[in-house]
Write a protein that binds this ligand. Structure first.
Ligand SMILES: [Zn+2]
Ligand SMILES: [Zn+2]
Ligand SMILES: [Zn+2]
Length: 163
């Protein structure tokens, strides 16, 4: 009786060891597969933070600095998980000031407006439409009489157009 019990004990022990020997590599192999999704950092996921957001601040080096018209390209390293990647930032677009008059419009020359980008100093021009004529006072060309109404006109002091 005692021998059979001992034999059973040894058998079950070896069975357990065999099972462990088979299972352990399987468990180890399954480990990285299971952890692949949630544990690997991506550009948008930081695995060591509760909010999942990388902290790039202060660790960016510019390959190409962002400007109004060109996108920025940065070597970025997360200060929390150490993940390194290349980030791009879209061009910022000009930060235009107000239009102001460079050249006043007249009835013969259109005016010119200009505005300047507060960030990069880029200048943009716009041509305005012509200004209205600057007429003199009306004056009489032909006096009215009993047979016809008189004719009066005025003249533009800039271009000489009469009306
Ligand atoms: Zn991170
Ligand atoms: Zn600009
Ligand atoms: Zn005129």
């Amino acid at each position: 009786m005692k021998t059979r019990k001992l034999l059973f004990l040894i058998l079950s022990l070896s069975l357990t060891l065999t099972l462990l020997a088979f299972m352990t590599p399987a468990v180890m192999a399954a480990g990285p597969v299971m952890g692949d999704d949630p544990e690997q950092p991506t550009d948008d996921y930081c695995p060591v933070t509760s909010d999942g957001i990388h902290s790039w601040d202060g660790r960016e080096t510019a390959i190409q600095t962002v400007t109004c018209t060109t996108e920025g390209i940065y070597n970025a390293r997360c200060g929390r998980c150490g993940y390194e990647t290349i980030l791009t930032v879209p061009a910022r677009g000009h930060d235009w000031g107000e239009w102001f008059t460079v050249e006043e419009a007249s009835c013969v020359e259109p005016g010119v407006l200009m505005r300047v980008c507060n960030r990069c100093g880029e200048e943009e021009y716009q041509v305005t439409s012509l200004a209205p004529h600057t007429f003199s006072d009306w004056y009489i060309v032909t006096e009215a009489n009993d047979w016809s109404a008189g004719i009066q006109e005025h003249v533009c002091v800039i271009c000489g157009t009469t009306e």
